[in-house]
Write a protein that binds this ligand. Structure first.
Ligand SMILES: Cc1cc2nc3c(=O)[nH]c(=O)nc-3n(C[C@H](O)[C@H](O)[C@H](O)COP(=O)(O)O)c2cc1C
Length: 327
């Protein structure tokens, strides 16, 4: 049944959302395409592929920021995505501090530099030289910064879901951060999370009250490219752990789930096998303002998202977009 034929409550909801969407569009507030389709219907294959594409090609970005301003319309969509994150007891404990002022950002960067010096001695001695070389922020180069905070008192008298686990409001806010990050990737906007900042100093600088916790300090802006793999992997700091080794059965460290592990390993091993040029399609360079053309033949089972294949395709001159290799 197509959405327009839906009756009953689902039909009413769909019609209401469509009405709100058309009003928003009429007011010039473009909403994400096909947003209403997701209310009651299964995702189409292309929609599913788009979700996985955002997930697997998202990057933490600290370099490659362009000097371009970020449109408020785009930023509005990212914030709306963040605001639709799950939250404990529907608490929605987040706020979004938008920081554009260059002088204030320079002060935040000073906090970063100080915090990095304080963190350095805690790093293994043989890795300290590498640590110093890593670019770990893009505070001043990005179009703007956003601090996403968690108001720990937002639903003070009704700690639904937080009586035993009061930290759940913090986790909820992290969900908002991830929504923001993924939506940004889909919009071609880079996001870099800077955590090397002393919290109290940041709170003072941004006038954040005691009961509010800064969760994420984000550098946000248009970028010239998204790297095919994590910067920390490129620079030899770490590698993605093998997923099968992280899966346990029934209890912590429980053995088992051999078939699942093998299925997971198959996804990875497929990805590192060289794909023939005819079989390999790579999405275009990422600096585009428009979403990439959808690959009609994409399906989850035929997608390889492994960083190694992405990197290989990229090195082969296929483009800067993390490659999605199709079987
Ligand atoms: C909670 C959190 C804090 C982070 N803090 C920093 C940071 O201070 N500086 C930095 O360069 N990257 C930071 N990152 C980004 C990670 O280094 C990055 O996510 C990881 O290396 C994997 O790369 P990817 O996000 O591009 O896949 C942070 C990420 C998270 C989730």
């Amino acid at each position: 049944m197509i959405p327009s034929q839906k009756t009953g409550l689902a039909g009413i909801v769909i019609r209401m959302v469509r009405r709100v969407t058309s009003i928003a569009i009429a007011r010039g507030q473009a909403m994400p395409e096909n947003m209403t389709d997701s209310i009651a219907d299964a995702f189409s294959q292309t929609a599913r592929d788009a979700v996985y594409r955002a997930l697997f090609t998202r990057r933490d970005v600290r370099s490659h920021f362009l000097p371009d301003a970020l449109d408020d319309e785009v930023l509005a969509r990212l914030l709306l995505a963040a605001h639709h994150a799950p939250s404990v007891g529907f608490m929605q404990p987040w706020n979004f501090i938008v920081i554009r002022d260059a002088a204030r950002r320079a002060e935040v960067r000073d906090l970063f530099l100080a915090a990095r010096e304080q963190e350095l001695p805690a790093i293994e001695e043989e890795r300290q030289a590498l640590y110093r070389k890593l670019k770990l922020e893009g505070i001043c180069e990005s179009a703007l910064n956003i601090c996403i905070t968690c108001d720990r008192q937002r639903s003070k008298g009704s700690p639904l879901g937080r009586w035993h686990n009061p930290e759940m409001d913090l986790y909820s806010t992290v969900c908002a951060v991830q929504n923001f990050w993924l939506a940004a990737r889909a919009e071609g906007v880079g996001v870099g999370w800077v955590s090397i900042i002393e919290t109290q100093a940041l709170k003072r600088l941004l006038a954040i009250p005691d009961h509010v916790m800064p969760i994420a300090y984000l550098c946000v802006g248009r970028v010239s490219e998204f790297a095919p793999k994590p910067d920390l992997e490129t620079h030899g700091w770490g590698r993605r752990l093998p997923l099968p080794e992280l899966i346990m059965s029934e209890t912590f460290c429980g053995q088992g789930e051999a078939r699942l592990k093998s299925a997971v390993a198959h996804l990875n091993s497929d990805a590192v096998e060289p794909a023939s040029p005819a079989d390999q399609r790579v999405a275009p360079a990422v600096s585009q303002r428009e979403p990439p053309k959808e690959e009609s033949a994409l399906s989850l089972s035929s997608l390889n998202f492994d960083d190694a294949s992405a990197s290989r395709a990229s090195q082969a001159g296929s483009g800067t977009w993390p490659a999605i290799v199709l079987k």
